[in-house]
Design a protein around this ligand. Structure first.
Ligand code: TRP
Length: 349
């Protein structure tokens, strides 16, 4: 697969506020990869509408959410000069390739997707067709840029597998034409997920067995990137723990999801290993550790909220970033889509 130049793409939905889980689980990798790779970071606004308008909230809400998430990207450290930062709906080729992939992917593959089952709930008949098709659009997001690496949270693994299956089937179904058009053995890369870092799964502060989530009804369960310093400190002090203290080695965190989560969050924010954190705090009480964690979290996260507010005071700047990014993304996507049409036999003039 060495014929493909390394290229990174990832995206987040513009729904609700981003939280610590998004930041530690994905964004830190995104920021790191800007230094070593060509990077595209997308605000996946077409995905945001897949649960129907009563869920996503309508035009005013959507528009604000797109600008908010873009501001969060920049405030966290994504640099519009180093990365292409854009919103999906401004590059029509995502939707166009998704249609082609709809005709490559099989119903049986989509039937296995656990995220659809979770989101559709019991009443599958009333779920939108778009919600079911969500992973196919995601495959198009990635492959329209021939992205080789996709940094995501653990929960997206299955969608990445589907992306690989679609690329493989397209490459096989059209192998002859792909070769005849001078693309060698494969037109699309078989994309690698990048799931790494100390805290790929950040759990709820109220229940260490549940993921930190923007849809949890309790705001105490998560740290939002827009939280004030006081809120951050308060939520950490109130975080659920068990009756024991901090263990001196990682083995002592087994079966203690809340303790494991808080130590993992500390390690990720400090850029340290879990063992290193336990070497410092092991043997101590949770109250003291929580104070240290609150201080560290405020130090790392409060400036992000400040920068977001500064950016949102100037929506013109944020919109200009999206326009420039979308122009640059389209310049990559259009020729790829044209090749896809030629490979498949559509008449291209
Ligand atoms: N499904 C991803 C999520 O919920 C968001 C997403 C859409 C995405 N398209 C993508 C992530 C392409 C990576 C690459 O987090």
């Amino acid at each position: 697969m060495s014929q493909f130049t390394p290229r990174v793409l990832s995206g987040m939905q513009p729904t609700g506020n981003l939280h610590l889980g998004n930041y530690l689980g994905a964004m830190l990798n995104w920021i790191r990869m800007q230094e070593t790779h060509e990077t595209l970071y997308c605000v996946v606004d077409l995905h945001a509408i897949t649960q129907g308008v009563t869920v996503w909230g309508g035009p005013t809400v959507l528009r604000k959410a797109i600008l908010d998430v873009t501001a969060a990207y920049i405030a966290c450290g994504l640099d519009p000069k180093k990365s292409i930062i854009f919103n999906q709906s401004q590059v029509a080729e995502h939707a166009e390739l998704a249609w082609v992939f709809n005709c490559v992917a099989r119903l049986g593959w989509l039937d296995r997707m656990t995220q659809f089952k979770e989101k559709a709930g019991k009443d599958k008949e009333r779920a939108s067709v778009g919600l079911y098709d969500y992973p196919v659009l995601m495959a198009a997001d990635i492959l329209i840029y021939k992205a080789t690496h996709v940094p995501v949270g653990e929960d997206q693994k299955q969608h990445l597998e589907l992306t690989r299956d679609i690329a493989q089937k397209f490459n096989l179904d059209f192998a002859e034409s792909i070769a005849a058009q001078g693309h060698g053995e494969a037109f699309f890369p078989i994309t690698d997920p990048v799931i790494q870092g100390p805290a790929t799964r950040v759990m709820s502060l109220r229940d260490g067995t549940k993921k930190m989530s923007k849809s949890d009804p309790s705001d105490l369960s998560r740290i939002n990137l827009t939280d004030s310093a006081d809120d951050i400190a308060r939520k950490i002090r109130k975080a659920k723990t068990d009756a024991d203290g901090i263990p001196s080695a990682a083995g002592g965190l087994k079966g203690r999801p809340e303790a494991e989560n808080l130590v993992g969050i500390y390690a990720a924010l400090a850029g340290q290993g879990v063992e290193q954190v336990l070497a410092e705090y092991g043997g101590g009480q949770f109250s003291a550790f929580k104070n240290a964690l609150a201080e560290l979290a405020v130090l790392k996260l409060a400036p992000i909220a400040g920068e977001m507010n500064r950016l949102l005071a100037d929506p013109g700047y944020v919109e200009a970033v999206l326009k420039d990014g979308s122009d640059r993304a389209r310049a990559i996507a259009q020729p790829v889509m044209r090749e896809v049409r030629k490979i498949m036999g559509f008449v291209v003039s």
